[in-house]
Design a protein around this ligand. Structure first.
Ligand code: ZN
Length: 271
């Protein structure tokens, strides 16, 4: 499942193909993914020039010179393919640029989405309305965390997965950031000292940044040899490493399951 670093590397991989280029055609090969495509999507995007690409949480943003932004989400299995030799049955959206480059949005499970909103109304896009700060942005720091967690008795791990507190963090990065910051996943959010929250905010940025850098070093311009974007191999600190040594203190990493989700942590150096 694509996490924030996969979405970020996808955006970086799409940028050289789309930015500054005209979309000659946009072919919707079905009516929907997780929900229907906007009825006027094709008409509003065809002939538009892409002015920039960005990301909000796990959503990719493609701005056009018509004041619109295409918003894509990769769901569980989505990815873009660059210049595919053939269009397959899971390529649901196909874009062609003025340079003859071709991009296909492939999503066999169809939990992804593609929307179009006015760029100046992006903040009102329903998934963005209550969304907290970007973890890699300047407004996410120990002070912001202290404010958001004040008085909260819920476990810090659950709070970091709450998109209203910080946007776009998934289970893997929360487990790894808590290990890096030496904070136990079950600790009440409101009871963590400010200095440790400073360290936690830095740890979140570090684990995400390291994963994005891994994508940049494993892939060529963020693209796999077969032209697929977004997926690459990484090494986790604790995630998926039950019984293996903690990278800091070498104690065996433990796994705990609550509400169907695994938490990986070091029982010794995370307090
Ligand atoms: Zn440890």
């Amino acid at each position: 499942m694509p996490e924030l670093p996969e979405v970020e590397t996808t955006v970086r991989g799409l940028r050289p193909i789309l930015e500054g280029h005209r979309i000659e055609s946009l072919d919707l090969r079905r009516a929907d993914l997780r929900w229907p495509f906007p009825p006027d999507l094709r008409q509003r995007v065809t002939g538009a020039v892409v002015t920039g690409l960005g990301r909000r949480a796990k959503y990719g943003l493609i701005d056009t010179d018509r004041g619109d932004t295409m918003i894509f989400h990769l769901g569980m299995s989505g990815h873009w393919r660059i210049d595919p030799a053939e269009i397959g049955k899971h390529d649901h959206v196909v874009i062609e640029t003025d340079q003859g480059r071709r991009l296909a949005l492939n999503d066999h499970r169809r939990f992804g989405s593609l929307d179009l909103v006015r760029t100046d109304a992006l903040a009102a896009y329903p998934p963005f309305v209550k969304m907290g700060p970007e973890p890699l942005g300047g407004d996410f720091d120990g002070a912001a965390l202290a404010k958001a967690l004040d008085g909260r008795a819920a476990p810090i791990k659950a709070l970091l997965l709450d998109q209203r507190i910080v946007a776009g963090l998934g289970n893997i990065y929360v487990c790894d950031a808590l290990n890096l910051a030496q904070i136990a996943p079950g600790r009440a959010g409101g009871q963590i000292a400010r200095a440790r929250l400073d360290r936690l905010a830095v740890a979140v940025k570090d684990v995400l940044g390291a994963a994005i850098a891994a994508g940049g070093s494993t892939l060529r311009d963020y693209v796999q040899p077969d032209g697929e974007l977004g997926y690459f191999s990484k090494e986790w600190r604790v995630y998926g490493r039950e019984g293996l040594p903690c990278p800091r203190c070498a104690t065996a990493i433990r796994r705990r399951v609550d509400s169907g989700r695994s938490t990986f942590f070091c029982p010794k150096c995370q307090r």
